[in-house]
Design a protein. Structure first.
Length: 434
C-alpha cells in the first residue's frame, strides 16, 4: 500500500466537512429493499448504503436497544442475569396478536430467560418486563432508550416504546440501527450468545429463530429481525469471518436492510450485500501502533517537545472493486462469491477483487506548540485517509496531555540555554511507515 504523507500545522481544530465516499458503488435498483447499509464494525466505515438516513418504522429491531441497555447494566453490576423476577401487571399491556412468551402476572422468570425471549422469540412481554425492571416504569425506560440513542449518535432515531410497536413518533434509520448494532457487537458482545441461538423454549412453547441466515451461514451470529405491516420485513445481521490477510484480525461486518417484501427476501438481500462486501473490500493498517507522527514544542516547561503518537494500530476499510461502474447485485454469484459479467458472446466473466489498493494519508497537527501548565485530553492531530483521491476515513488522534509548568529557577535556566541554543521551536514531523 502506497502512503503519501503530508503533515500540516494549524492553529485550530480541524473539522472535516467532506462526506466519506462509499467503498462499493452498488446500484440501488438492484437491491430489493427500501433502505439498507453495510458497515464494518471495526473501522466504523460505511461500505455502501441507500436511503440510509430515511426515517422508517424499525419494528422489532427496536429490541436491540432493550438488549443493549440490559447487558450494559449487567456489566455495570446494576442487573443480575440470574435474578428471578415476578411478572407484574405490565404484561397485560401486550395484545394477543403480538409476539410474546405468554407471561402471566405472578410468573417467575429470570433476567437471562427474559433476554433470550426478547432476542430469540422477539417477545414484547419480555421487552416491557425488562423495561419496568431496569427503569421502574416503561415510560422512564423509553426516556433511557432515547438518551442511549443520542449517546450513540443515532441522530435520526426516536423511540416511543420498547417493543417496536408502530407509533407516529417511533422511528429510526438504517444508519442509526447499524450504529446500534456496532455498539452491541463491540460493547456488549454477550448479545451474540443469544442472537446466534437457532431456537428457544419457554414454558413448553417452542420458537425457532426467524433469522434465516443462522442456518444458511455458520459465520452469521446475529442480530435481530423485525416485521410490522408499516415497516415491512427488516433485518440487522452480522457475521464474523477470517480476514484475507492472516496477520489481520477477523472481520465483522454489519448489514441492515429495511422494508423488504418477505422474511426470505430480507435474508437473501442481506446475505448478498454481506458476501459482496467481504469479497470486494478488505481491512488494512493505516497507522501502526506507537507510530510517532510529530513532536510539538513546549513552552514554560522543562519538557522541550511533546510526542504525538498513536496508541493502537488504526485500521481502514478499502475497496477492491473498480469504482468506475455501478455494481448490479443480481450479477453477484453467491456460489463463486464473484461479480459475473456477460462478455457479449455468451460467456460469463468473473470480476476478481483488485490485488492492491492506492491510498494516501494526510495528517494535520492541530497545535503549533503547547504552553504549560496543561492537564487535559486534547485532540492533537487529524488523519485523513484517501483512496483514489476520495476521503474514506478520518481518524482523530487524541491524548491526555499532562505538562507541569517550570518553576522560576527552571525558567531562568531555560532562558540562559535559549541564548546559546540552536534548538528548533518548530513542529517536528515524522513520516508514516507502512
Amino acid at each position: 500500500m502506497k502512503f503519501i504523507i503530508s503533515l500540516i500545522a494549524t492553529l485550530c481544530f480541524f473539522v472535516s466537512a467532506i462526506s466519506h465516499a462509499a467503498l462499493l458503488n452498488i446500484s440501488p435498483d438492484s437491491v430489493e429493499a427500501e433502505a439498507w447499509t453495510i458497515l464494518d464494525s471495526q473501522t466504523g466505515q460505511t461500505i455502501a448504503s441507500y436511503n440510509a438516513d430515511l426515517q422508517r418504522a424499525p419494528a422489532s429491531l427496536t429490541k436491540m436497544m432493550v438488549g443493549y441497555i440490559a447487558l450494559k447494566d449487567i456489566q455495570a453490576g446494576k442487573l443480575n442475569r440470574n435474578e428471578i423476577l415476578t411478572a407484574t401487571a405490565v404484561v397485560k399491556t401486550v395484545m394477543w396478536d403480538e409476539s410474546q412468551m405468554y407471561l402471566k402476572e405472578g410468573d417467575q422468570i429470570s433476567i437471562d430467560q427474559l433476554l433470550a425471549g426478547l432476542i430469540i422469540m422477539s417477545a414484547n412481554d419480555a421487552a416491557v418486563t425488562l423495561a419496568e425492571k431496569i427503569s421502574g416504569s416503561v415510560p422512564q425506560f423509553v426516556e433511557r432508550m432515547n438518551q442511549e440513542a443520542q449517546a450513540l449518535g443515532m441522530t435520526h432515531t426516536h423511540f416511543q416504546n420498547p417493543a417496536g410497536i408502530t407509533m407516529p413518533e417511533h422511528y429510526s434509520t438504517a444508519t442509526d440501527l447499524a450504529k446500534l448494532s456496532q455498539a452491541l457487537v463491540n460493547e456488549t458482545p454477550e448479545y451474540l450468545n443469544y442472537s446466534k441461538q437457532p431456537s428457544f423454549t419457554y414454558n413448553q412453547r417452542f420458537h425457532r429463530a426467524t433469522n434465516l441466515l443462522l442456518k444458511m451461514d455458520p459465520t452469521v451470529d446475529g442480530l435481530k429481525t423485525g416485521y410490522t405491516r408499516a415497516a415491512g420485513y427488516n433485518l440487522a445481521v452480522t457475521a464474523n469471518r477470517l480476514s484475507m490477510d492472516p496477520n489481520m484480525p477477523n472481520r465483522r461486518l454489519i448489514v441492515v436492510v429495511m422494508g423488504t417484501k418477505s422474511a426470505v427476501k430480507r435474508a437473501e438481500v442481506a446475505h448478498q450485500l454481506m458476501n459482496l462486501a467481504y469479497t470486494y473490500t478488505r481491512n488494512e493498517v493505516a497507522l501502526p501502533g506507537k507510530q510517532l507522527l510529530a513532536e510539538l514544542p513546549v513552552v514554560k516547561s522543562t519538557l522541550k517537545m511533546f510526542k504525538v503518537e498513536t496508541k493502537q494500530p488504526a485500521l481502514i476499510t478499502t475497496s477492491l472493486a473498480d469504482q468506475s461502474y455501478s455494481i448490479d447485485l443480481n450479477q453477484f454469484d453467491q456460489t463463486t462469491q464473484r461479480i459475473m459479467l456477460d462478455t457479449g458472446n455468451g460467456l460469463m466473466q468473473s470480476i476478481e477483487p483488485l490485488p492492491e489498493t492506492q491510498t494516501h494519508v494526510n495528517v494535520e497537527v492541530t497545535e503549533r506548540q503547547l504552553t504549560a501548565p496543561l492537564e487535559k485530553m486534547m485532540q492533537l492531530a487529524t488523519v485523513n485517509v484517501y483512496q483514489n483521491d476520495q476521503l474514506i476515513r478520518t481518524i482523530l488522534i487524541e491524548d491526555q496531555v499532562d505538562i507541569e509548568e517550570a518553576n522560576i529557577f527552571q525558567k531562568f535556566i531555560n532562558w540562559l540555554f535559549s541564548l546559546f541554543s540552536t534548538h528548533s521551536t518548530d513542529v517536528k514531523l515524522y513520516p508514516i511507515g507502512k
